[in-house]
Ligand binder design. Structure first.
Ligand code: ARG
Length: 461
């Protein structure tokens, strides 16, 4: 029987092969550019190794790099195909190079394993995606800040236990959510730093008897440094995926809470906010329905990303040291987490930008209880000890609660909102602070993006 020679072997049962290949032919398309880039760095480094007989010459390395640049270009145009007998992007690229360059294509994998190759691809992809996710998160924070700035000090009932609590404002609500999102950049930063470590050169996880220069490939690929221990480098696969999913799960939880507030505040019973009609979906039976499905799905998506993080950690916790094929499945998990988070960030921006505020309904919702603390503090200003003032006001509200006669005081919502002026309260929101934070974050993202673009330009020259 004539069997077609593939890069590894062609003796595997088709069902077993298809199970082990899994979704790689689709998922790996996202890694094609990064695979070409990693290979370009590896081949460059091979050509610089001081050997009696070079594995590849500098000229050959340049030829390979040029060809890799073309393959990367094709993949960006959606013209990159992973065939079933390629199994994955790594062997697809090697096949393409070999078809074009003959024996030279067969040399590129010298001193490398698919284990360090895929780990490097994933990290390069993750770094890029983290930056894009951060940019999207900053855009949402800016949208919330702009929404808050436009509404300004429109009074909003602040709630605890969902019960009316103290005077808040639309500006405070919106910038509070914006600040939560900006703080999440810290978790993404931690994930970025972990993925910024280079596993290339660890080969199958134990190094090779060749003078690989791992500092050099780190520098060429704009990584901060190599992961020193080759065995450690092989085990680090899955770890940064889980760290990223953890950051995404936390960010999604923040977005989900913002979505939940929007659902609540746009309920007809509240009607503080209104969603554009085009953002609401109807019912097949109840003609009156304009539902906030889009926001409800954000809650479920947050739960799913948390599930993805759990899946990644569960997958790894009982795995023996060294490469195991289980790790292949971590790819789909982090890619899905990124996809969900990025889409949610984008759609939430659109929803927030479309929300209109009904200032009258916001003011009308101020029941006397919302002023209770302010009233007690007015008594303090007149010289009463806090606890006495508290009990006096508490007694009035207890009477009101029980349906007995009471004399609770009412204040003006706009006045109480403006009367609180210390840092971060209703009359003390520093919008400039948010704008500066957004700008600093975007500058840092642009700087990192540029470093990667420069690396690409050099390697694909
Ligand atoms: N597609 C594989 C993965 O994602 C590539 C590495 C295969 N390595 C191996 N030793 N079978 O893990």
């Amino acid at each position: 029987m004539k069997t077609k020679k593939t890069i590894t072997d062609s003796t595997v049962d088709p069902d077993i092969l298809s199970y082990t290949v899994g979704d790689d032919p689709v998922l790996d398309l996202k890694l094609a550019v990064w695979d070409c880039l990693g290979t370009a760095a590896h081949v460059t480094m091979l050509s610089e190794m001081k050997l009696k007989k070079p594995v590849v010459t500098k000229k050959e390395a340049a030829t390979v790099r040029k060809e890799l640049g073309k393959i990367a270009q094709r993949s960006q145009e959606g013209k990159f195909e992973i065939r079933v007998d390629d199994q994955d992007v790594h062997m697809a690229v090697e096949r393409m190079l070999t078809e074009k360059l003959g024996d030279l294509g067969k040399k590129i994998h010298t001193g490398r394993s698919r284990n360090d190759q895929v780990a490097v691809d994933v990290r390069l992809h993750m770094k890029d995606e983290i930056l894009r996710t951060e940019a999207e998160a900053v855009a949402l924070a800016s949208t919330l800040v702009a929404f808050g700035a436009k509404a300004g000090p429109i009074p909003l009932v602040g709630r605890t236990h969902l019960q009316p609590a103290m005077p808040s404002s639309v500006e405070m609500w919106a910038t509070g959510h914006a600040e939560m999102i900006l703080d999440q950049l810290e978790n993404l930063e931690a994930a970025y730093r972990l993925s910024d470590l280079n596993p290339l050169g660890s080969a199958a996880g134990y190094g090779v008897p060749l003078p690989l220069d791992r500092q050099r490939t780190s520098e060429l690929l704009a990584f901060s440094r190599p992961i020193h221990n080759c065995f450690g480098a092989s085990m680090a696969r899955g770890e940064c995926e889980a760290a990223l999913l953890s950051a995404l799960a936390q960010l999604m939880a923040v977005l989900s809470r913002c979505a939940e507030d929007l659902i609540l505040f746009s309920m007809p019973e509240f009607a503080y906010f209104k969603l554009p009609r085009a953002y609401c979906t109807g019912s097949s039976i109840m003609p009156q329905k304009f539902n906030p499905d889009v926001l409800e799905l954000m809650r479920s998506k947050a739960a799913q990303v948390l599930g993805l993080q759990t899946a990644a950690l569960s997958m790894m916790h009982a795995m023996p040291g060294g490469y195991n094929r289980d790790l292949q499945d971590s790819k789909g998990l982090y890619m899905k987490g990124l996809d969900i988070t990025r889409t949610t960030l984008r759609i939430l921006q659109k929803v927030v930008a479309g929300v209109s505020v009904n200032a009258e309904n916001c003011r009308k919702a101020f029941s006397p209880g919302v002023y209770a603390t302010d009233v007690a503090l007015q008594m303090v200003a007149e010289g009463k000890p806090w606890r006495d003032a508290y009990h006096e006001v508490r007694d009035e509200f207890a009477a009101l609660y029980d349906g007995r006669p009471s004399h609770v005081s009412n204040l003006d919502p706009d006045e109480v909102v403006m009367a609180k002026t210390h840092e971060g309260t209703t009359g003390g929101i520093d919008l400039g602070l948010y704008n500066r934070r957004c700008k600093a974050a975007l500058d840092a993202i642009a700087k990192r993006m540029k470093a990667m673009e420069d690396a690409k330009k050099k390697l694909f020259k």
